[in-house]
Design a protein around this ligand. Structure first.
Ligand code: SF4
Ligand code: SF4
Length: 173
């Protein structure tokens, strides 16, 4: 009699901390329990190749160990540029970029936003421009020469929509 081979379901390890469980319940954070701490993600990560501060495996480990405040108040989860190279190579199908997005969601809800990102948000809410200073006389002249509208007052409308959509709970119209 020939023996039939069954497809093995993915191994989900038991949550090792309440923080890991919390992350696993966030959209995108589900896969964290599959991590076996092999380190392939760190070896693949371009950000990690540029700075020793950033180690995705270690960040996952801290979540698994329950270092909630340390992770949420750190700027490290915000350094992931969501390139997903690590995910291509992870043998356990852990979606690291999704997990770090889940971490950032919780961090933002609890007021832990690194100043550089908070400043960016403030800038967009203030005038609709990420790089307001980039709109110089030169560009205004260029727009004029091209017959484009030089009055960028539309930004005010954009700002109103962003505020309404994200800060007043209403749909942007
Ligand atoms: S490559 Fe995958 S399994 Fe290995 S440490 Fe990174 S997330 Fe965990
Ligand atoms: S998705 Fe994030 S953690 Fe993964 S390789 Fe890219 S930058 Fe590194």
């Amino acid at each position: 009699m020939t023996q039939q081979t069954k497809e093995q379901p993915p191994i989900n390890h038991a949550p090792s901390s309440t923080f890991a469980k919390e992350i696993s319940q966030e959209p995108g954070g589900e896969g964290i329990m599959q991590c076996i701490q092999c380190g392939m993600c760190t070896a693949s990560c371009m950000v990690a190749s540029k700075t020793e501060r950033y180690r995705p495996r270690k960040l996952i480990q801290k979540i698994l160990l329950g270092k909630r405040k340390e992770v949420l108040s750190s700027d490290l989860p915000w350094l992931c540029m969501t390139c997903r190279l690590c995910e291509e190579r992870c043998q356990e199908d852990v979606d690291l970029s999704e997990i770090f997005t889940a971490v950032r969601e919780i961090a933002a809800r609890e007021g832990y936003i690194p100043p550089v990102f908070q400043n960016t948000i403030n800038k967009v809410l203030e005038d609709g421009w990420l790089l307001n200073d980039a709109y110089t006389d030169f560009e205004e002249d260029e727009r004029d020469d091209l017959g484009l509208d030089t009055d960028l007052g539309w930004n005010n409308e954009f700002v109103k929509k962003v505020k309404k959509r994200y800060f007043s709970g209403g749909a942007a119209k």
